[in-house]
Design a protein around this ligand. Structure first.
Ligand code: NDP
Length: 459
């Protein structure tokens, strides 16, 4: 019997990953985002699978990368001028081994099957990390809510639910919000669900507090990213105090990440949208943040208005904030928003921690650079799990017919984020003490789902 060195084992695992990926790409042609997310997980878990006869015999790698089902349907609706419009919608129910499907809905013109499969795959692992009984799903439509009137958005949401209601349920699949889908859209969809199913149940999360929503739900993803960042810093004897931080995006995740960051002593110096970014060297304090919330959540305006309102800030059109020297970077806009080049710049400027508010914010090369440079780098499936944690809390409150206080939800959220961090450390700590949070998150999440799949047999 030959004993392989660590390097030889890593090389053997890499050969297996390449062979596996060739098959996956053949079965899912053109789905580049999905390929990228599977490769990220395969790189981490293949050595484990190779050493585990049961996982191999039960074909876990093949089965865990194949969605349980995908529902594709047309959504017809009428615009304000009386024109009939049609969009395409999807629900990817990826894996319900550890609980009912759970994951957001995204309304964006660039939504396609590849993006939703990547998000549903990631969601399966994210939900596993939370320790809550939640399976993984994602859905959405190639509908652009920008520039649409209230009644157009309402008609679209109602029409979408006419088909979707038969595929969801509180023990089946529980959608939530994501890009382009906030409390307004969730409430329209819930209203239509309630009418069609004649049931008031926790079938959608992110609802308004008056009709079954949870306090701190809106804030949860952004708060969670900052809690996770704080956990990483504290483990290495650091704090958020006085840390300069770049944030991208100005949606739900970005705004509440800035809120918690400021509360815990950090200073956000950037914010962005798809038209460019704002650099405010004085920091985005509480008053500025309140103005931003009104701009983005109420008036639905553009980020460049910030410089007309606040002195000392600059707007950089069509640029990303990663060139600004900071201690911490929180990408909270979209996938692949940090390129290898941007990662190199962040490292050059001395970044200490990067935590992904958006899913798969870093390209694979960017992620590798950050790990190689020993930056504290948290992948989205760990760092931004706060949203789904709060969704799980909302389901629990709906089932209990109870409403928890703000303090109770926030303290539970903080505690679950601490547990997720602990799991990443347990599975990702290296001999030199550095924690590879990517490996840690992937392994901890995979083992739970894989063991459940093994227990069920060949289903
Ligand atoms: P929102 O729709 O509320 O905001 C998204 C923000 O990102 C907007 O400011 C948008 O700008 C900007 N943005 C979108 N695409 C681009 C782009 N290509 N380039 C630059 N900026 C862009 O979304 P959320 O805040 O809810 O979500 C942001 C990210 O976080 C997504 O990746 C989402 O999947 C992830 N996430 C969200 C969770 C949640 O609970 N909401 C939970 C976990 C992860 P503009 O206004 O110009 O479009």
């Amino acid at each position: 019997m030959s004993i392989l060195s660590t390097t030889e084992m890593a090389e053997a695992a890499q050969v297996v990953v390449e062979r596996f990926m060739r098959g996956l790409i053949r079965r899912n042609p053109g789905e580049t985002e999905f390929h990228q997310s599977v490769r990220g997980v395969a790189d981490s878990v293949t050595p484990l699978i190779l050493g585990n006869d049961v996982y191999r015999r039960m074909r876990i790698a093949d089965r865990i990368t194949e969605p349980d089902r995908i529902i594709i349907f047309r959504v017809s609706w009428e615009d304000d001028k009386g024109n009939v419009r049609a969009n395409r919608a999807w629900r990817v129910q990826f894996n319900n081994s550890i609980g009912p499907y759970k994951g957001g809905l995204r309304f964006h013109p660039e939504v396609n099957l590849s993006v939703l499969k990547f998000l549903a795959f990631e969601q399966t692992f994210k939900n596993s990390l939370t320790g809550l009984p939640l399976g993984g799903a994602k859905g959405g439509a190639n509908f652009n809510p920008k520039g649409k009137s209230e009644s157009e958005v309402m008609r679209f949401c109602h029409s979408l639910m006419v088909e979707m209601y038969r595929h969801i349920g509180d023990d089946v699949d529980v959608p939530a919000g994501d890009v382009g889908v906030g409390q307004r859209e969730i409430s329209y969809m819930f209203g239509q669900y309630k009418r069609l199913a004649n049931r008031f149940e926790g079938v959608l999360t992110g609802k308004g507090v008056s009709h079954g929503g949870s306090l701190v739900h809106t804030e949860s993803s952004g708060y969670g990213v900052v809690y996770f960042t704080l956990n990483m810093l504290e483990r290495t004897g650091q704090s958020l105090d006085g840390k300069r931080c770049s944030v991208s995006g100005s949606g739900n995740v970005a705004l509440y990440a800035i809120e918690m960051l400021t509360r815990l002593g950090g200073k956000a110096v950037t914010i962005s949208d798809s038209s460019g970014f704002i650099y405010d060297p004085d920091g985005i304090d509480t008053d500025k943040l309140e103005w931003l919330k009104d701009l983005k959540q109420v008036r639905r305006g553009r980020i460049e208005e910030y410089v007309e309102r606040f002195d000392g800030a600059a707007f950089h059109p069509d640029k990303q904030p990663w060139g600004v020297p900071v201690d911490i970077a929180l990408p909270c806009a979209t996938h692949n928003e940090i390129s290898e080049e941007s990662a190199r710049t962040l490292i050059h400027n001395g970044v200490v921690a990067v935590a992904e508010g958006s899913n798969m914010s870093c390209t694979p090369r960017a992620a590798r650079r950050l790990v190689d440079a020993r930056v504290l780098y948290a992948p989205g499936k760990a760092a931004n799990a706060g949203g789904v944690v709060a969704s799980g809390f909302e389901q629990t409150q709906n089932a209990q017919r109870m409403a928890w206080t703000k303090e109770e939800v926030d303290s539970r959220l903080r505690s679950v984020m601490r547990t997720i961090h602990r799991k990443c450390v347990d599975y990702g700590e290296q001999s030199d003490g550095y924690v590879n949070y990517v490996t840690g998150a992937n392994l901890a999440a995979f083992v739970k789902v894989a063991d459940a799949m093994v227990a069920y047999g060949a289903v």
